[in-house]
Design a protein around this ligand. Sequence first.
Ligand SMILES: Nc1ncnc2c1ncn2[C@@H]1O[C@H](COP(=O)(O)OP(=O)(O)OP(=O)(O)O)[C@@H](O)[C@H]1O
Ligand SMILES: [Mg+2]
Length: 1255
Amino acid sequence: MAKKLLGKKTGGEKIKAKRPVRADWKDGVKKKQVGVSDMTMLTKITNEAINENLQKRWQNAEIYTYIGHVLISVNPFRDLGIYTEDVLQSYKGKNLLEMPPHVFAIAESSYHHMNSYKENQCIIISGESGAGKTEAAKRIMQYIAAVSGDGHNSSIKEIKEMVLATNPLLESFGCAKTLRNDNSSRHGKYLEIQFNTQGEPVGAVITNYLLEKNRVVGQIENERNFHIFYQLTKAAPAEYRETYGLQGPESFLYTSKSNCLDVPGINDAQDFQETLNAMGIIGLQKHEQDEIFKTLAIILWLGNVVFVEDDTGNAAISDTDVANFIAYLMEVDGEILCKALTNRVMETQRGGRRGSVYEVPLNVIQATSVRDALSKSMYERLFEWIVTRVNVSLQARSAHQYTIGVLDIYGFEIFDENSFEQLCINYVNEKLQQIFIELTLKAEQEEYVREQIEWTPIKFFNNKVVCDLIEEKRPPGLFAALNDACATAHADSGAADNSFVQRLGFLSSNPHFESRGSKFLIRHYAGEVLYNVEGMTDKNKDSLLKDLLNLASGSQNQFIANTLFPERVDPNSKKRPPTAGDKIKLSCNTLVTKLMQCHPSYIRTIKSNDNRSPSEFDEKRVQHQVQYLGLCENIRVRRAGFAYRTTFDKFVERFYLLCPQTGYAGEYIWNGSSNTGALEILKHNNIPQEEWQMGTSKVFIRHPETIFALETLRDKYWHNMATRIQRAWRAYVRHKIECAKKIQRFWRQNKYNIGYLQMRDYGTQILAGQKERRRYSLVSMRRFTGDYLDVKAGSGLASMIRNAISLKGGENVIFSMRGNTLVPRAMRSSVPSPRTLVLTNQNLHIIVTTKQGKALSMVDEKIISLNVISGISVSTLQDDWVILHIDNSADGDAILSCTFKTEMLAHMLQQTGGRIKVSIAPQIQYKKKGGKSVTMKFIKDETAKHDGVYKSHVVKICSGAPAGSQSNPPCAVKARPTQNSTRKAPAPRKTNNARSAPRPAPNARSVPAAAPAANNTRSVPVVNNIRPVSTSIGRSVPPPPPPPAPIATPPPATPTLPQYKAIYPFQSQEAGEIQFEKGDILEIEQKDENGWWLARKDGIEGWVPSNYLEEYVPPVVVATPPPPPPPARRPAPSIPVAPQSSTPQSSSVPAWKAELEARKAGIIPNNGAVSSSSPVPVARRGPPAPGQKPVVPAKPVVPAKPMVPSRPGVGAPKPAPRAPPRAGGDTSNAAASLADALRARRNQASHHDDDDDEW
Ligand SMILES: Nc1ncnc2c1ncn2[C@@H]1O[C@H](COP(=O)(O)OP(=O)(O)OP(=O)(O)O)[C@@H](O)[C@H]1O
Ligand SMILES: [Mg+2]
């Protein structure tokens, strides 16, 4: 089979690979199996072979065996320890083949079927009395309660407890010890558990069938009354003993007559407590319990009413005290009770009209019969009320969708003397057998024919003929005959019985019936039973005497008068009340209809012996049962038939996911019918052809293994889908977090920069399109951070400046930088001289630094209030000169040069609210000291280097970038690898070291096509000059000459990239950076303005802070001097004239300090003036129209002026690059070095000019 299922292709192999197609539960069970666990696999199908297999297994303590999905259970009469919690859990979620046969497997199968296929279920348990039906039913309830619901919902828990509690309660009232069974069910019970859509029990309903009420008034020798009587009489609490006069069972005739008060193995006292407990769980109130026990006491005492013959031969109550006590309990008049028990009210009828009413005294036998009738009726009504009351408690708490019904009915009975009760019991068993036959044998075979499945019919005994014999109306069956007899001879029971015997003659043609005088024989499916006619009509009539009904309804006790006996005598009613036969027939047919609407599971119980012996296997008894249960036919039909069938629709609905054509896309792409859909699923999963057949409306699957394999595939599909969804969800959450982090990072950066950027935009607008631009400033947009010398908070030089300017209250530093001013010289022309410029919100401070001995001192040389500045003039060329026009100043206007002039201008305008007029012109008129007006001219001279040359009111400067040039966008932020990516070196860069793609090539746009190459070098930062290969500008430089021809010893490999040495250790904190130790040598691939350089170390590429590095010249190998490296590749000194340049080798001295010291030593001239070597005259151009005054930008949203951001690292994210750790943490030094470095770069090629211009 397994091979068959595996099929040829992947689908089948999948099944094989993941799980054996035919689940072999033997693997999981150590105990060796005996016989065959599924009798469809028996080699010989005979009653003997079945018997032998069952015996072998039973002797090996394996009481359960399957025939397909029918469970055969053979009573072991001992505790096998097979119903423990562990065993129960081991069956949870398993299919029938995965585990050894068990009643739990049937329960699981039903529960699974209900949940999966959305069908009501019923479990029909049949078998002889004592075969184990009630035990099986209890185990099913135990299993369902354990596996359904999550145990947290209190109402579901309550329902489960109540359902389980119905067992001890109904067993106490409905079971009794019989000769066959110590706990024989004396009524039938169908328990339907109701489930919601989640498969949780929400309610239950119990239907009760025909209680054997005769047992109340008498039992045959060695049998007992219902358990509750012994429980109550033995264990009633003192309260009941006193109030209800309860004594031991020996004191009451109804419990003692059969001489069996105790049963080995039954502890009545303990059971009584369980009954009380169950009553509590079910919710029976104390007053209700009292009424129940009071009714039982009345019945017990009624049994003790003994009649004697009085003088007239009529019945008289021997002990009126007993009668009076009963009257007290019943809350009726004592006399009326006595009368009702000893007399009968008769009414004459004349011509159908009511005649006179008179009392007829009863004889002893008749009185006893009346007494017993009252007792039986009371008990029956009490039992029915209990069931009704239990149903009230079990009412569904919420809407229920599906049900699982468990039928536990009294078993087939054959006694020496069989009466009406046995007829009813056996009739119900016949009906159940009929259902079994209908569904497993007949209907199944008929279905094959209907569905046009290839099928060879199998013969079996259909017991319908016996059912018809008992229940048919026409020709009248036994119940109809009984009813007729009762109707015609209603007054005299003997006459009625005779009438019945006569009517039996009509049935003699039925081969399953034989009339034998006052007895008759029925050949039931389970055996022949001889029934005694005597008393049958009376029992069938089942009418309570009007006298008794009147007695009960006259009771002051509401429970008796209204609850137990609610009906009232209607003297005019002619309607014949339904007989017992009518009732059992009706309820039995209702049950059959209900069962036929459910998906059935069968448990067929077999009694191993009649002696309750755990060791005796009575072969004859068992074989007899095997025969009448029709197990042989069952196996034959099963073997030839199909284990599973369902409609095409349902099949596709359940398994559509197992085939891509019908799967999720199937809704759109599948155009076929459900028939072809089902076929597609079977074929796609490589289910072998012989495993299935397609009917006209259903799919038939031959073996259960196939359907289990499909179920397994389906489970796996869902499991995989769930995993996929979980995975996608986790990825989504991770992505969301990463995005949030990115946004946060960006925002922090933006928040920090926004004020600076707004300031920059404002500054750009002031001069936009009117003044030539420096190429250097086009390299990238720069933030206008203002206080470059960190005057506000810095220490060292910054604090010296602070001391020099001694800020007034409310005066805040806005901008600070080094610059120049024109210094007049006696009899000679003015020269630019370095100054420190500090702009506050009120003044511009011009500070001069002087040397007094070895100490530096700073003096606030000039304070210009912003209020007195009426205008600012700048040229149209790229120079840095700024002329501040000052109202009524004896000193004249101020002439300054400042590298960041645009920014200074922007701050001034910002501080004065745009009041100051800005003029941009090629010639600027200004006032000298004393008020003399002079004109400063700005002339283009392409030979003038860098900042140009000032001499005698003329500034010569080479062409800058066009006025309308736009700065390149800000430097690209360092690439941040995503969280998932590992840090790996970026792809190797090209040898020309062009900037990475997103970064625009510097100068590429701004360099005029015709500009000479020499001029280009002017605006290139020094670093680029040193390493022309590292910038795009280097491409316009002619390639270096080829290296000289190699000599014998090849030179050591010269690094292709500039090398830098770490002067501080750097601990990388972010992805994309590389960390290094002090002294490490790094190759620099790319230099960014923002201070971060792209470096390579040990083959790993990443970003490093430039101010942690210093240039490194590899030592020359002395032993064998290498040939000189190609000039272009040789590292060039940054400042040729100053060996102790701003980047001293292997020194931790900051740049600004180095420069200062160089100046002190006289290496760099203090004025930083530049001279032009052989200036070339430039054609003069007409002065351009004065530029439009820039619009003062709208004030930023929050503060009016661009907000000066908090200092880096204080309350804001640190800016990049991070300042290297310096002793004292002097940030002003770093800031100062920026401007100094810029100037130094520009000055390095310039000459000092000693012009004789007068000032
Ligand atoms: N599976 C079992 N394991 C152990 N003992 C069992 C098992 N089934 C039945 N018995 C024993 O057999 C006795 C009779 O079983 P049970 O009451 O279930 O029979 P029944 O078929 O309901 O009979 P009846 O038709 O008379 O009600 C039980 O009281 C119990 O002692
Ligand atoms: Mg039972």
